[in-house]
Design a binder for this molecule. Structure first.
Ligand SMILES: NC(=O)C1=CN([C@@H]2O[C@H](COP(=O)(O)OP(=O)(O)OC[C@H]3O[C@@H](n4cnc5c(N)ncnc54)[C@H](OP(=O)(O)O)[C@@H]3O)[C@@H](O)[C@H]2O)[C@@H](O)CC1
Ligand SMILES: Nc1ncnc2c1ncn2[C@@H]1O[C@H](COP(=O)(O)OP(=O)(O)O)[C@@H](O)[C@H]1O
Ligand SMILES: [K+]
Length: 507
């Protein structure tokens, strides 16, 4: 399942299932605990032989899962010690029932006793806090986790986190005192945004999602992961070149054309019928020497551009890479007045640093903004401040919250770049293109990768995709192209790797 449920959404899903009489909380807890044990043994078959396990059990239902796991491991012949946080008498009902069952089988010590624990466990189960984390971890818990992390640093110990590593915010992936990184995180029903956003992937280790028999339909605003599109979305089924759109990539002056050329080549590779590059007249020659299939049109200034845009077949524009701030401030208003599908990146965004409303006043729903974190902070300083500030009580403000708020304010699609790229539409729809876990693509951290992404989006806009869909699909293709090429990737390789990705799509 590609939907990511927040803490509130998973709680609502669980509550609805129980209210409908489909399942009891105890059933869910048993399935969750059993799912963790199965995932541990399938990930590390060597552990089936048994050994010593420490289970860290918290004061809520995450702790309840921990007591189930303790019992199941005990049943498989493991030597299990539970280290509990909080007064067991105050556990919620299902966790309390599982604590009672465990108490008949084995030992429970307090978390404070952890520093005196000796031995080298083969498995540490982190069941202190899950989706109920509401604030930073207290210092004594942080110290206990850091101590356990020290024990686990010995390569023979595996750490499995139940639902989410304790201290990681399930909604934002931000650390709230998260001092025990996991080797494996096992979550239930669906992954949570925090597994993919911000620090989540680094802390979670590997990620497994276990089906515990819940069903959910959280509505159109639920966050989804990007996924492979059906072949028909990007393959050409006929028509002539003008049926597939014409992109105009505006470029800068002499010596500044590389970024725009990368974008233009990406737009052509992703299937735009025609792509024209528009540099300043004095940069025409050098660009001509580097381009074949991409056409050239000199764009001296705003009036020239306005005349070029009289041709309504130019249906998508790409501005920003290598444009220069002065030229951006000159050309962006003309482009936005033409109300075409428009991709704004790089200089077309940073030119409005300090004066973002001068940009926002002219944006329209067919626009896509693709800021990296720095550009985002220039355009949306208050949102960037909230992302940087220590979180208060409740779920921490996330990159998803930030991108959604930005899209609402700008009135168009915003793609916030990173290994956790969030794409948000002004109506609240959002997609996450996660380059983590098996989709990790660290090679994308290379100069010009963002210019290629801009071109891919512009190309898909020209082909008629809606802005949010064009941005999400381009982000997915971008990561797949990088993964297909692998180490040694430079930005020029991305458009060349694209045909292989497109060929691999299924119906
Ligand atoms: N949903 C599902 O489908 C299923 C969910 N299941 C499991 O339930 C888990 C969610 O359980 P949960 O809601 O009881 O929350 P949990 O994470 O145990 O923590 C709550 C406790 O921690 C406390 N507390 C919070 N922050 C704190 C802090 N910083 N420092 C100190 N204390 C803090 C908080 O106290 P309070 O805020 O009330 O004062 C409360 O006592 C979920 O992750 C999954 O493992 C499965 O069993 C089956 C299906
Ligand atoms: N470590 C990473 N893993 C995955 N993607 C990354 C990583 N670092 C950067 N990227 C991606 O590479 C692109 C970089 O864009 P940008 O910051 O605009 O760089 P440039 O201006 O050099 O083109 C973005 O699409 C971003 O999501
Ligand atoms: K946990």
């Amino acid at each position: 399942m590609d939907q990511l449920l927040t803490s509130a959404q998973i709680r609502a899903t669980e509550t609805a299932a129980m209210a409908a009489g489909d399942v009891t909380g105890l059933d869910l807890m048993e399935r969750a605990g059993a799912g963790v044990v199965d995932a541990v043994f399938s990930t590390w078959p060597g552990l089936k032989a048994g050994g010593e396990a420490w289970v860290l059990a918290g004061p809520g239902n995450n702790g309840g899962d921990g007591y189930v796991i303790a019992r199941l491991l005990d049943g498989r012949g493991w030597r299990v010690t539970v280290f509990a946080l909080g007064d067991p008498a105050r556990l919620p009902p299902d966790a309390s029932a599982n604590h009672a069952r465990w108490a008949e089988l084995g030992e429970t010590r307090t978390l404070a006793a952890l520093p005196e624990a000796t031995g080298q466990p083969a498995l540490i189960v982190d069941a202190l806090f899950g989706t109920g984390l509401t604030r930073d971890l207290p210092d004594e818990v942080r110290r206990a986790l850091a101590g356990v992390a020290e024990v686990a640093r010995d390569g023979a110990t595996r750490v499995v986190a139940v639902d989410i590593p304790s201290g990681l915010c399930a909604d934002s992936g931000r650390r709230r005192g998260c001092d025990l990184p996991a080797d494996l995180t096992v979550t239930f029903h669906s992954a949570k945004p925090g597994h993919f956003l911000a620090d989540g992937p680094e802390i979670c280790g590997a990620l497994r999602v276990v089906d515990i028999g819940l069903r959910s339909d959280p509505g159109p605003e639920v966050l989804r992961l990007t996924s492979a599109p059906p072949r028909r979305v990007v393959h050409k089924s006929g028509g002539h070149k003008y049926n597939h759109g014409h992109v105009l990539v505006l470029a800068g002056g002499p010596g500044r054309g590389g970024a725009a050329r990368l974008a233009a080549r990406a737009a052509l590779r992703v299937g735009a019928g025609l792509v024209t590059l528009g540099p300043t007249p004095d940069a025409l020659g050098e660009n001509a020497a580097r381009l074949d299939a991409v056409m050239l049109a000199p764009v001296a200034d705003a009036p020239v551009l306005a005349r070029i845009l009289d041709d309504s077949r130019l249906n998508a524009l790409c501005l920003g890479p290598g444009l220069g701030h002065e030229r951006a401030r000159d050309l962006v208003p003309v482009v936005l007045a033409a109300r075409r599908a428009t991709l704004l990146d790089a200089d077309a965004l940073s030119a409005y640093s300090g004066t973002p409303s001068a940009l926002f006043d002219h944006l329209h729903p067919a626009c896509v903004l693709t800021p990296h974190d720095g550009e985002f902070a220039w355009l949306f300083p208050d949102l960037a401040d909230r992302l940087a500030a220590p979180p208060g009580d409740g779920a921490a403000f996330s990159r998803l919250d930030a991108a959604r708020a930005a899209a609402r304010r700008a009135g168009c699609t915003v793609l916030l770049k990173g290994p956790d790229t969030v794409i948000a539409a002004p109506d609240g729809r959002a997609v996450l293109n996660a380059a983590s876990y098996e989709r990790a693509a660290p090679w994308l951290a290379t100069a010009g990768a963002g210019d290629v992404l801009a071109g891919l989006i512009a190309g898909l806009l020209a082909r008629g995709l809606a802005p949010v869909n064009a941005a999400a699909l381009a982000a997915w293709l971008h990561v797949e192209a990088a993964r297909g090429f692998g180490p040694g990737l430079i930005a020029e390789d991305l458009p060349e790797a694209l045909p292989g990705v497109l060929r691999g799509l299924k119906d």
